[in-house]
Design a protein around this ligand. Structure first.
Ligand code: ARG
Length: 467
């Protein structure tokens, strides 16, 4: 018999039970559901809505149910549709009809909103910690590569040399914005919806603030219709997650490229690669590829949620049950990716010599030659033209700029002097970019220090906000 069976004259079609029940996925919310129910019943007791002795029995019963679910001893059934009604049914089995008092002044509509907020709050804190760990391994690689020069690219064509530390730090700052977005989202996630009832509030003299405090929320949702209809916080999480996945995916793409024979810039540790069933020589960057690939499902979950919500009238609609699987999937996908990422980056072998060779064998110091000519009085446009001609000459001669003799240089412009060779060396080219944010070693050192400060701040935040 269904807990809501009173007004029905026949049982639900079995196909409906199968189709509409959510227990096979929302059982993940069991812990949060019971945490919420414990706070709710304590409030009912405090407000004198449920007698003390009944409330105490319910508390004890809920704790037993929690332990049984945790140990896998509780039977969760499709007949009881979702985690909320399964828990209530288990409670009533445990403590008898008094368990039926738990749902006083509450609806599954505000209950499910509460469970999801409790769940996401935990996930967001965990992801912030995991992101910080990734940032730490990126920071270590940056520190170890303050003298490693590689070609920087635009259009995937060698453009100007940069320090590998600089390149790594670019990702660290992206991940910092991800951390900040997640931190900020907590302001909106951490609001307590219980008390909204099904949609209009409740006739019982409840104390919402008390429940909010018990559950460490920052405050209550102010409007009951909004409280049960709002899934913005899920959409926001999914979009923050999509940005994180996009950042990870870009770094993955670089790792895949860099570890190819064509680039030969890094070697990923054996522990983070796999082999081929057929080709004995293969070592594939599977983890990086898979993280890149899973970006698709993370984006898909965002698009799915936005589409489900679009056009839904207030307040609760069953469509909203579709809010959970994508959220769980995204949380688990990111958790897995981030946990792998930190050690994968930390153990990545950086091929400094090969990177340096790639810089020497290209024209990525051409801008510096143009800057040199500009310094000597030519307009930048004239310099650009002259250097274009020099590069063309080099290409015809199969030479790089540093292979030219002074006479060859001077045949293009007599303002060029002996100091050109020093000015075009990879180190000089890198270190000439001293303005803040540039790739000069001094500037990158400053970035490293600032980044270390951010990591400390993140750690302190995590410590303060752990639950
Ligand atoms: N399982 C439902 C969900 O996740 C819980 C809320 C159901 N409320 C209702 N009135 N059918 O959306």
């Amino acid at each position: 018999m269904k807990l809501w069976g009173g007004r029905f004259t026949k049982p639900t079609n079995q196909l409906v039970d199968e189709y509409a029940s959510s227990i096979h996925f929302d059982k993940k919310l069991a812990k949060h559901d019971i945490t919420g129910s414990l706070a709710h019943v304590r409030m009912l007791k405090k407000c004198g809505i449920v007698p003390d002795s009944d409330a105490d029995k319910i508390v004890e019963g809920l704790q037993t149910v929690a332990a049984k679910i945790e140990k896998g001893e509780a039977e969760l059934s499709e007949e009881h549709e979702d985690i909320h009604m399964n828990v209530e049914k288990l409670l009533i089995d445990e403590v008898g009809p008094v368990g039926g008092k738990l749902h006083t002044g509450r609806s599954r509509n505000d209950q499910v909103a509460l469970d999801m907020r409790l769940y996401l709050r935990e996930v967001v804190l965990e992801l912030i910690q995991l992101l910080t760990d990734v940032q730490k391994s990126v920071h270590k690689q940056a520190e170890a590569n303050l003298d490693t020069i590689l070609p920087g690219y635009t259009h995937l064509q060698r453009a100007q040399p940069v320090l590998f530390a600089h390149h790594m730090l670019a990702y660290l700052f992206m991940f910092q914005r991800d951390v900040e977005r997640l931190t900020d989202s907590l302001k909106r996630i951490n609001k307590m919806p219980l008390g909204a009832g099904a949609l209009a509030g409740t006739t019982f003299p409840i104390d919402r603030e008390y429940v909010a405090e018990e559950l460490q929320f920052d405050g209550i949702c102010e409007n009951s219709l909004d409280a049960v209809s709002d899934r913005d916080f899920v959409v926001e999480f999914l979009s923050d997650a999509s940005i994180i996945a996009m950042h990870l995916s870009r770094l993955c793409e670089e790792m895949v490229q860099w570890s190819s024979a064509e680039f030969n810039f890094i070697e990923l540790d054996d522990a983070f690669c796999t082999g081929s069933s057929m080709m004995p020589q293969k070592k594939n960057p599977d983890v990086a590829e898979l993280v890149r690939g899973k970006t698709g499902r993370v984006y898909g979950n965002l698009t799915g949620m936005l589409t489900t919500l679009k056009g839904l009238p207030l307040a609760y609609n069953k469509d909203m049950q579709e809010d959970k699987e994508g959220m769980f999937d995204t949380a688990e996908t990111l958790r897995g990716a981030l946990a792998l990422f930190a050690p994968m980056i930390e153990t990545m072998h950086v091929k400094k010599t090969e990177m340096y060779e790639a810089v020497r064998q290209d024209y990525s110091n051409a801008t510096d030659l143009a800057d040199y000519l500009t310094d000597k009085g030519m307009t930048f446009r004239e310099s650009h033209e002259a250097v274009g001609n020099i590069v063309l000459h080099c290409l015809n001669q199969k030479k790089y700029l540093l292979d030219l003799s002074l006479d060859e240089f001077r045949s293009f412009s007599n303002v060029i002097e002996e100091d050109i060779f020093e000015a075009l060396s990879p180190e000089a080219v890198v270190n000439a970019r001293q303005a803040p944010g540039g790739t000069a070693k001094q500037s990158v050192k400053e970035q490293l220090e600032n980044a270390a400060g951010l990591l400390k701040k993140n750690d302190a935040w995590c410590e303060e906000n752990s639950i």
